[in-house]
Design a protein around this ligand. Structure first.
Ligand code: PMP
Length: 354
């Protein structure tokens, strides 16, 4: 750390992203899609687009906002687009909590929520998950502060029912409720329809998971026009060109091919369920994940040992050395052949160690 970093930021503990290695591994550590982007994306980011890069990108992201709105039966004024949903979450926590403001989220959830609370000077209440790692929706009612919930939650994969989500939104109408639906395409119980009903709901979504565009960095928020105007006020005061032209073109092409992504999502759900079954046959027990990852513990071999042994064999999964979840691995659902390799490696490791 230099002597020049402002004291406000000296104690920050940054978010730790999953490793991105530059050699070939079976990569099941950051919940990316095993499928390539739609061929329409490849077409869209070729050729003519390159010439247009001398111009600034559209700061209002009009075309993509309209395309996203159409997909959800909303208007473009209900859509905010960000550089990944991390960007949307950052603007939202900054704007709706404010320095010295208050927010709550589950104690075991997406690791960026506490980091954003910290950098924006927000007081964070972390509400413990239940013993079975589920969220008790009642604990998020009438909070009198901004509520942030990932649904399905990460890394547990567990989802709340739509009526539990509505109960939380309805009981917190003086505060914004941010529902992070990064993994919702794998669960299919979105609360987006409630955007028309509640002025305090902001739904965050991403092209990084079901839409195979993690490297492109495109996420979006869906909400009532006033909340979207607030987010734009912040964005236009910070970085009006937060979306580059290539990302805008790629995401616009992607959303035009939802048939392709729908098929991929269904395959991932099918592979998830099959893999879960095979893991249970070799002594694992997992949560009922509704996401594109599994969250599993083995009855005899510690998760950290499994993580290290898999890594030696070129298979990367995610291990969190955090109380209450240090006995588990978070395993992204990859292609069928990735999962075959994973299960064989685990069988071998468990046999060796038993
Ligand atoms: N929310 C959750 C729950 C996530 O797991 C992630 C991915 N790490 C994100 C948001 C951010 O995704 P992105 O910025 O790639 O859209």
């Amino acid at each position: 750390m230099s002597n020049f970093l402002a004291p406000d930021y000296k104690s920050l503990v940054p978010y730790t992203p999953g490793e991105q290695l530059n050699y070939k591994v079976i990569k099941l550590n950051t919940n990316e899609s095993p499928f390539p982007p739609s061929p329409k994306v490849k077409e869209a980011i070729n050729g003519e687009l390159i010439d247009s890069l001398r111009l600034y990108s559209d700061p209002e992201v009009k075309h993509l906002r309209k395309a996203i709105a159409d997909e959800f039966g909303l208007e473009a004024e209900n859509v905010f687009v960000g550089n990944g949903s991390d960007d949307v979450l950052a603007f939202s926590i900054m704007g709706f909590c404010g320095r010295g403001g208050e927010m709550c989220c589950p104690d075991i959830s997406y690791g960026f929520y506490p980091v954003y609370a910290d950098i924006f000077g927000v007081n964070l209440e972390e509400i413990p998950l239940e013993a079975d790692l589920s969220i008790d929706a009642k604990k998020y009612c009438n909070k009198g502060k901004t509520v942030v919930i990932a649904n399905p939650n990460a890394p547990t994969g567990l989802a709340l029912d739509p009526d539990e989500i509505e109960m939380i939104i309805a009981s917190n109408q003086n505060n914004v409720v941010i529902i992070d639906e990064a993994y919702m395409d794998f669960c299919k119980t979105s609360c987006v329809a409630l955007v028309k009903k509640y002025k305090n709901l902001l739904v965050c979504r991403t092209f990084s998971k079901s839409h195979s565009l993690a490297g492109m960095r495109v996420g979006y928020g869906l909400a009532n026009k006033e909340l979207i105007d607030d987010l734009n006020r912040l964005k236009f005061s910070f970085n009006p060109y937060n979306m580059n032209s290539v990302a805008i073109a790629a995401a616009s092409a992607a959303i035009a091919d939802n048939e392709y992504y729908g098929r991929n999502t269904d395959k991932i759900i099918e592979i998830r369920e099959k893999t879960k079954e095979r893991l249970s046959e070799i002594g694992f027990e997992g949560t009922d994940s509704k996401s594109n990852f599994l969250f599993e513990k083995h009855k005899t071999v510690p998760a950290e040992t499994l993580y290290n042994e898999l890594r030696k064999r070129g298979i990367l999964v995610r291990y969190f050395s955090k109380p209450r979840i240090s006995d588990r691995l978070r395993i992204t659902v990859g292609s069928q052949s990735d999962m075959d390799a994973l299960v064989s490696a685990l069988e071998e490791i468990i046999k060796e160690l038993s």
